[in-house]
Ligand binder design. Sequence first.
Ligand code: NAD
Ligand code: GLY
Length: 367
Amino acid sequence: MAIVPVALGSRSYDILIEEGALDRAADHLARFARGGRLVVVTDENVAAAQLSRLEAALASGGISVEPIVLPAGESTKSWRFLETLLDRLLVLEIERGDHIVALGGGVIGDLVGFAASILKRGCGFLQVPTTLLAQVDSSVGGKTAINSKAGKNLIGAFYQPAFVLIDPSTLDSLPVREVRAGYAEVVKYGLIDDPDFFTWCESHGTALLSGDPTARLYAIERSVSAKAAIVADDERETSGRRALLNLGHTFGHALEAETGFSNTLLHGEGVAAGMALAFRFSARQGLCSDAEATRVTAHLRDAGLPYDLASAHVAAHGKTLVSHMLHDKKMAGGKLPFLLARGIGQTFLDKNVDFKDVEAFLDEEAG
Ligand code: NAD
Ligand code: GLY
């Protein structure tokens, strides 16, 4: 078992990572179950695969579960289902001192976190992530949000969970494509500032993707440790350090927008292609070597992830893709901050990228 602390003063919390932790949930979550009850919010797929496990574990500790099961998919991160969820929580008479459990991927985690931030002016919530993406990224750090007509994640709050319980064995029921998409976020930590971890990914990525418990436990612990350190340093993304976590996201966002934020390209897949593009663009600008950009591209390709426009199912050219970037919420003073790299593990924020260069680069990539 590993415990990774997130040091945020009065908002500090622990991330517990343990194979089989869900089956010992009563030990880990009893202190949050006021009156011997926990409300567990999940989606239909996770309910079918993991909810009964959690219910049985909590029942063995005398804790009853009030489940709230929402539809699966990105469209659940919406005003409609926020209202549905809040109404259900109010009927259940949730109080400020209660903790709502988010059992699921980033969609459930982001929605429940945002609901908790506004219910009775803020009640508690716990993250029990069940996708690799949520276990290594979205369950930690307190970014919560829903989507709106104007774009993704535009309505939300920084609101930290009180505890994060990660059981890697929940990934056994996750479709392999979703595991791969989450793996892109694992690789991201190596590319940002940990070249040794990227080398580890090159050697152990295949084992991790095929469910090897030792490899995935190691990758999750190393990833959340990296994220916890960044969040403790720059909780609200003001100093620029937390922005490093957006490596690959500006290119990736453009690809996701072009494919309609649909199943054609999952978020993690967009990030994978986006990271490969960020490295190749960095090489084109003379910032990093072609060899390093090729190494990044090769690893993502070998992991079965998209690594260019074609493998991301995008046929658009530079102008269209740059126009998607200009709608990105991270636009500041008319310029988009870009995460570029001087090498593997040497990512940095450049606020002065010339869009003509990006456009020309993407035109070349489009062929
Ligand atoms: P998701 O929550 O939609 O889960 C992916 C799919 O897997 C869904 O169909 C879900 O029902 C299913 N699923 C989840 N766990 C399962 C399991 N153990 N067994 C079987 N099926 C399972 O998607 P995601 O990739 O986890 O999260 C994507 C969301 O996360 C996006 O909305 C993105 O904006 C958000 N996100 C947030 C942050 C953050 O810091 N808050 C960071 C990255 C991404
Ligand atoms: N996933 C990016 C962040 O948490 O800042």
